[in-house]
Design a protein around this ligand. Structure first.
Ligand code: SF4
Length: 275
């Protein structure tokens, strides 16, 4: 059965989870007149960027529909304590589990649901979040309809929403301290939200006795990264890479273009997070 046939089913809920990023937002615009009774939901980790909330407000007003905000019973700091102060990383991902998946599954309950996921036709390696709950059917309208990245930009530009402003310095939505960020994005956080950068930095610890490091990145602490010479080196490397990429692609490159697909595992992981 294709997604349009699922969309006609009146015996179940229809849910689109929004991340505040480009793909799920474009999906909201795309489905607005195609899926009656679509529920829009945003899993708020409580540690999102202000730009994400602003963009969701714009989207809500464009859709003229309420976006339900759901969140975990407790915040990041509570779970950090629960996990003995060990920062989440790509292997443990306790943040995704506690702050996103559990509240989302609670929101779904035991209802039969059609869940719409914004994976595009040009990213066959991505799978996205697929619920293990028996009553949940996951559908991929962009992939089924052959929509690729340029279509996503077009949808957002045509409706006047454009891209979320954080795309100027960051390639994806999510927590401000997300460990999936690349170094250039950490520099972007430093330059655009110094307070949040410092907050992220305050979570990092280096055990004075054992030298064991509890940092967001394996190879470098934020204290090391924010030194002026290091920031300059990261920017220089990024510019070099931009030039390299520009030779490969004729069109104008955006940060999110350049990093999309750059680390397949990361992209997949992030999508799982962006239910
Ligand atoms: S955005 Fe990053 S830090 Fe936040 S829940 Fe997802 S994986 Fe964890």
């Amino acid at each position: 059965m294709n997604w349009r046939e699922w969309a006609k089913k009146t015996d179940r809920r229809h849910i689109l989870a929004l991340s505040g990023g480009k793909d799920s937002s474009a999906m909201a615009v795309y489905l607005r007149d195609k899926v009656p009774n679509l529920e829009y939901v945003f899993c708020d980790t409580g540690v999102e960027l202000e730009e994400t909330y602003d963009y969701l407000k714009k989207l809500e007003s464009f859709l003229d529909m309420k976006i339900h905000t759901i969140s975990a019973a407790e915040g990041f700091d509570f779970y950090l304590k629960m996990f003995s102060g060990v920062l989440p990383d790509a292997n443990t991902r306790w943040c995704t589990r506690m702050l996103k998946l559990k509240p989302y599954e609670k929101f779904i309950g035991d209802d039969p649901v059609v869940s719409y996921v914004g994976i595009r036709a040009d990213e066959p390696h991505r799978q996205g979040y697929i619920s293990g709950k028996p009553g949940v059917t996951t559908v991929f309208p962009f992939a089924e309809d052959g929509l690729i990245k340029s279509d996503i930009y077009r949808i957002l530009e045509d409706c006047g929403l454009g891209l979320p402003s954080y795309y100027q310095w960051r390639s994806r939505s999510g927590c401000y301290f997300c460990f999936f960020q690349q170094k250039r994005e950490w520099v972007g956080l430093l330059e655009n939200h110094k307070d949040l950068f410092e907050l992220a930095q305050s979570y990092e610890k280096i055990d004075p006795d054992t030298g064991e490091r509890f940092t967001w990145m394996q190879d470098e602490s934020l204290e090391e990264l924010c030194r002026p010479e290091r920031v300059a080196a990261i920017k220089k490397e990024y510019e070099k890479r931009m030039r390299r990429e520009a030779q490969k692609f004729a069109s104008n490159q955006r940060l999110c273009d350049m990093w999309d697909g750059d680390a397949e595992g990361q992209e997949l992981a992030c999508l799982v997070c962006h239910i």
